[in-house]
Design a protein around this ligand. Sequence first.
Ligand code: PFF
Length: 451
Amino acid sequence: ANSATAVADSRGGFTSRTGFILAAAGSAIGLGNIWGFPTQAAENGGGAFLLIYLLMVFVLAYPMLVAELTIGRLSQQNPISALRNLASGTLGKRFASLGGVLGVCALSLILSFYAIVAGWLVAYMLAPVFQLLGLEGLASWFTEFSVSRNLLMMLVIMLLTIFVVRDGVSAGIERWSKRLMPTLLALLVLLAIYILGQPGAMDGLRMYLLPDFSQLSPQMLVSAMGQAFFSLSLGVTGMMVYGSYLSKQENLPATAAVVAGLDTFVAFLAGLLIIPAMFVAQQNGVTIYAEDGSLLSSDTLVFTVLPAMFDTMGAAGPFIAIGFFALLTIAAITSTISMLESPVNMACEQFNQPRRKMSWLTGAVITLISALIILNFKALFGLVITATTVYAQPLLAMLYSLLLMWVLKRDRLLKELQQGNPQLEQTLFWKIWPAYVKFICPLMILLVFIN
Ligand code: PFF
């Protein structure tokens, strides 16, 4: 019992509501918002996708976010123990733990590809720096696809992530989220203002904000749902572990609403930057459409179209490029931090080991997986992305909501949600949410998924 208490005491936690909100928003706000959302919107009828996405976030993803945070805070333990505690009976507990293990595995795999992509962004941020220094050879090494560059850049991201997670929840994650998130927002707003002032930007704005409903399709619903789940970091225990560090005094539904709101707001802002930027690029003579009339793929957009546009911007070009890739890098790192935290916390508590040691060990294992993907890029990269984001995330989110609502006693749940929110029983949220998470969410996920 003593060692269990020692571990529980050494868990730490967020020291303030703002700290938690910035860290959870940091997890949520990532490449999914700044890269994924705008390019999906551009491909799927602009404003129409935006509307469907908003619907998906608030109807489907937000209730799931509350569910995952509640599971975490209820037990104040790592995701596997948290889920095991929800279930009853030996079989039930085994099943619940398995759900936790699968979530942590899926999350580690997400980190292993995400770190590769984040590494490319660092490379593209460094290239214009070397260009400014007159080191053309080095600049082009960073922008050329090679195994050695990919390995080196991935390693940089993994090391930065490990350094933050190693220092713990308040001294590492909370402290860095408080520094990085305001920087991210400032960069995003400044870049969007700059781009919106360039010729051609208004065409992009029109495409983004005027809905084209002729493109509505079941496929678009699936894309919007996947995007919403990925963006809110759902289904893979990332939010569960952050919830486990949240003070019992905080109002869960309200805090989750702020996190979901910030995440959606940043995705919307990123649309104001990226979609107009595509049209500015076109105005400046850069091709943005493929031969069949569809938009170029989203990676071509980020790594070819936008850099080509920065090149046309004269003296300001390299600085805009550095700012743009710094923005993406920061967004990525606050997300990779939350991805590493869950396996590290699990390793610490399941094996009763110190955080520092487990941060290095877990980080090393994920770095190895990532290296394996880089060395077998063609075979593995796309496969890992599809397996984790298209299949694992929605299915596991469904499993967690089922566990929470079908297995847990309603009064225990009510008590947990009332902590920090004594008036909850009188709110519409309380009247709707339980039945909603129990019946409607799983059904909707299933329907959209089968589609
Ligand atoms: N939400 C992040 C993004 O939008 O890029 C990705 C992510 C972070 C997914 C953390 C899952 C996770 F647990």
